[in-house]
Design a protein around this ligand. Structure first.
Ligand code: SAM
Length: 265
């Protein structure tokens, strides 16, 4: 099981929706044929890709949402039961093993969000190979790229971020994860295979309106810092300072992500 709760995904969704790169989305949408569409969404979670794209299509869209976690697929099904124009189907899969069984021939496009940083180089090779062979357009949104900047900053920010980025490369069920390198690597693989890639930043901007999110997000950093043996005194002092600044509404975090669309040149 992946360990992504629907509560956490709901906390991050408003930041995701605000951050998504409009130019990249437009480039993807422009590649879609002018007929009713079926779109395959990989690692759908609670269906955030539908939340982002609904209302932006010229054509009716039927979605095939895939995820490992049945509880998230249930949330997605309940959420989009009547919300998406031409229906939503959910399918529980383990993408690590089931990728080759997905019906790419029966869809007009493939999407994913906040997923590629979890996968290995070996999986990315398989994924790009399958998509390029199918000739379908692909949209990959919100892949973490390793940059986080706090305002106001703290002397221990850099150690915290380095420990988080190292942890991002641990195995998330696909072999050693690419973490912050994933989006650039994936875009390069599509280009090597003759696809055109349009890319752009989709950085989270989390300030006083996102205090619940910041609390959970940085609690995750603290967990990783403790597990990876960062200096305990420095870590706890950092966490006290960051929590005080979240409570007073002073803390702002910019968290780097990359979006890209890839399609036949
Ligand atoms: C950060 S969440 C993103 C969810 C959603 N795309 C979004 O943007 O809110 C990562 C998702 O990857 C899914 N996932 C992780 N490993 C998976 C696997 N082996 N097969 C299918 N889905 C997987 C998780 O269940 C989770 O829903």
């Amino acid at each position: 099981m992946s360990g992504f709760s629907s509560e956490w995904l709901a906390l991050r969704e408003p930041l995701d929706l605000a951050a998504r790169n409009a130019g990249v989305e437009e480039a993807f949408l422009a590649q879609l044929p002018e007929r009713p569409l079926r779109i395959l969404d990989l690692a759908s979670g609670a269906g955030s890709t539908i939340a982002a794209l609904q209302g932006k299509f010229r054509q009716p869209v039927n979605w095939l949402l895939t995820d490992h976690d049945p509880a998230l697929l249930e949330v997605a099904a309940a959420r989009w039961d009547r919300g998406a124009a031409s229906g939503v189907e959910t399918r529980q899969v383990d993408l690590a093993g089931d990728l080759e069984g997905l019906p790419l021939a029966d869809v007009e496009a493939v999407t994913t969000s906040a997923f590629l940083d979890l996968v290995s180089d070996e999986f990315l090779l398989r994924l790009t190979d399958r998509i390029v062979r199918s000739g379908k357009p692909f949209l990959a949104s919100l892949t973490y790229d390793g940059r986080t900047a706090f305002e106001p900053s703290h002397p221990f920010d850099a150690e915290m971020c380095a420990s988080l980025n190292a942890h991002q490369k641990s195995d998330k069920g696909f072999g050693p994860a690419l973490g912050p390198d994933a989006a650039a690597r994936a875009a390069g693989l599509f280009e090597d295979r003759g696809y055109r890639v349009v890319r752009g930043p989709s950085d989270w901007q989390a300030g006083s309106a996102a205090s619940g999110f910041l609390q959970e997000f940085l609690q995750g950093w603290v967990r990783v810092g403790r597990e990876t043996g960062l200096d305990k005194t420095a870590l706890e002092a950092w966490w006290r300072d960051r929590q005080n600044k979240i409570r007073s509404g002073e803390l702002h975090a910019e968290v780097g992500h990359l979006d890209f669309a890839a399609f036949p040149a």
